[in-house]
Design a protein around this ligand. Structure first.
Ligand SMILES: [Ca+2]
Ligand SMILES: [Ca+2]
Ligand SMILES: [Ca+2]
Length: 147
């Protein structure tokens, strides 16, 4: 039995750059990533990364790992988010972090929602929503139909 899965990630980040005296800055960033193919026994894991910069001071880095469980064809999603805030969008000042994981059943989908806050200085945050789909991948389905 084949165990080919097509795992796709899309999502939205709503990012707030807290400002002193000036109005806060806001950005909404949406992404839809190309699907990752997982196949037992060749490729059990896949990766996706998502980086956004905004407001002159903020960078959000999101790293996602997909791991296939061949038995039930579920996919475990591990994710880590880092919120950097400093004198530029390339700052190395790590001010907030969030780590989590969830399992997406075979032929299932799931929404993952969380907020990463600037726990060092307050104010800045990223509200993140991810949508993960664990679909069956039919080899050859993208080719011309057979007659
Ligand atoms: Ca700021
Ligand atoms: Ca700013
Ligand atoms: Ca900072």
């Amino acid at each position: 039995m084949s165990s080919l899965r097509l795992v796709s990630l899309s999502g939205v980040m709503n990012i707030t750059d807290d400002e002193w005296l000036l109005p806060h800055e806001y950005a909404t960033r949406m992404r839809s990533f190309p699907p990752v193919i997982l196949a037992a026994p060749d490729r059990y894991t896949g990766y996706q990364s998502w980086v956004e910069r905004m407001g002159g001071e903020i960078r959000v880095e999101l790293y996602v790992t997909f791991s296939l469980t061949p038995g039930d064809q579920s996919v475990k999603v591990n994710y880590e988010t880092k919120l950097f805030e400093g004198i530029s969008e390339n700052t190395d000042d790590l001010d907030g972090q969030h780590i989590g994981s969830t399992i997406i059943d075979k032929d299932g989908a799931g929404e993952i929602k969380f907020t990463v806050k600037n726990t060092d200085e307050g104010g800045d945050k990223a509200d993140i929503r991810m949508y993960v789909v664990n679909a069956r991948f039919d080899q050859g389905a993208s080719g011309p139909p057979a007659h």
